[in-house]
Ligand binder design. Structure first.
Ligand SMILES: Cc1ncc(COP(=O)(O)O)c(C=O)c1O
Length: 414
């Protein structure tokens, strides 16, 4: 228990003011993506024109047929509590989708619908991680993975990706960090923040390692599945030897531009899906009824709006990379999916602006925000302190402005 001693000025007695918060609150950090966005918004409110490249959400409208399904759901009074694991029709649609798009065989009773992919990942960690157990996470990783594991008392174990390998891990790196305490491997492909996409042969090489450790579970976060510029997405659960121990996470937020609707799901071994239903039943209950009806329309409907969005992301990626690759000292990776660039900014650390030295990627992001009026996120948040994350989920016009501002701000560092 943590005590803070304070002096009461009137009676001059000491008393203890107990820390009212549980220890688990202190072991996690606020997501930096959200913190940076808050700061950008605060600056915008003072009248400054900031290009906000810190948030991870598509800037497109949700497709019309999905919105119509939601309106119909309200008119048809789908406004009551939903089954904890999701409407049977939606679980069937997800089961069909897994087979159609991913060659994954999850029966409807192996599907759990949740309030966003984040919720689904948290459910899976709650269901399988006991205190002290290790979860292997390749870096850079999505901000919440490590914090979710810590919240459950687990131990995140990181494998460092490198720019030279486009931030993908090798089979040797994986094998080197597996211990008797390893319980799960947690990763995203396409990856947030690097945009890296594991190909079939790269996954196959990792599967050969997993084959030697049959007790290890894999949590495969495929939320960016459709935003892939290099070919067909491959699900690790589609490898024959893996199918009974992969929890596949997906959702509507990115592929259908539905971040605010809050719907994610998992396909999992039955025992885990049932455990997640039990946990969620005591925690948040079933996901929003109207969103679930919209999700059925999204999953069963045309993917044309998604493909059009992906084409736009492709153009923006090209435009932004052209702008950033000309900046001396900025080392850009090759994002193969998602909508982020994750450049290495190490050569700028130690430089100064008007006498103030910039020593960390967080300080560089604050400098870019306050002086360049471009909001980005520090690589610290993703386990890679030499980088920053730049989202290109914004218009081509803003991308051109942002690239120019970043170039100028970095050139001003001496
Ligand atoms: C890799 C990754 N997984 C999961 C999520 C969470 O998705 P959702 O909005 O469906 O909770 C995000 C959101 O940024 C993400 O980038």
């Amino acid at each position: 228990m943590c005590f803070e001693w304070v002096r009461c000025p009137i009676f001059a007695v000491q008393f203890s003011k107990m820390d009212i918060l549980a220890q688990r609150v202190h072991v996690i950090n606020e997501p930096q993506t959200i913190a940076m966005s808050k700061m950008a918004r605060a600056l915008i409110e003072t009248g400054i024109d900031v290009v906000n490249l810190s948030l991870g959400e598509p800037d497109f409208d949700t497709p019309a047929h999905i919105k119509q399904a939601a309106k119909d759901a309200i008119d048809q009074n789908f406004t009551f509590y939903t089954p904890v694991a999701g409407y049977p029709e939606l679980r069937q649609a997800i089961s069909n989708k897994f087979l159609r798009d991913n060659n994954l065989h999850y029966a409807p009773d192996q599907i759990m619908v949740s309030t966003g992919a984040k919720h689904a990942i948290m459910n899976s960690i709650m269901a399988i991680i006991d205190p002290g157990e290790e979860v292997i996470i390749p870096t850079p990783y999505w901000v919440s993975y490590s914090e979710m594991v810590k919240l459950m008392g687990g131990k995140p174990v990181f494998i460092a990706g490198s720019l030279a390998n486009n931030y993908k891990i090798t089979p040797k790196q994986l094998e080197d960090c597996i211990t008797a305490k390893s319980k799960a491997f947690l990763f995203s492909s396409p990856c947030n923040p690097t945009g890296s996409v594991y190909s079939y042969s790269e996954l196959e090489a990792l599967v050969k390692v997993f084959d030697k450790y049959p007790e290890l579970f894999i949590i495969s976060d495929e939320i960016y599945e459709y935003i892939n510029f290099v070919g067909k997405h491959v699900s690790i659960g589609s490898f024959e030897s893996m199918k009974d121990r992969v929890i596949t996470i997906n959702g509507l937020s990115k592929g259908f531009s539905m971040t605010g609707w809050r719907l994610g799901y998992m396909g999992a071994p039955k025992q885990i899906a049932v455990a997640c239903e039990k946990i969620q039943g005591q925690y948040t209950s079933g996901a929003n009824s109207i969103t679930q009806k919209a999700a059925i329309a999204a999953i069963n409907g045309s993917l044309e709006p998604t493909y059009a969005m992906v084409e736009a992301f492709k153009r923006r990626r090209k435009l932004f990379l052209e702008g950033l690759q000309n900046i001396p000292g900025l080392l850009c990776n090759n994002p193969e999916g998602a909508f982020y660039i994750f450049p290495n900014i190490k050569s700028f650390l130690g430089k100064s602006f008007e006498g103030a030295q910039i020593n960390t990627s967080t300080e560089l992001c604050l400098y870019l925000l306050n002086k360049g009026h471009v909001s980005t996120v520090s690589g610290d948040a993703f386990g890679e302190p030499d980088c920053i994350r730049i989202s290109y989920a914004t218009s081509e016009e803003k991308i051109k402005i942002a690239a120019g501002r970043i170039e100028k701000a970095l050139a001003d560092l001496k």
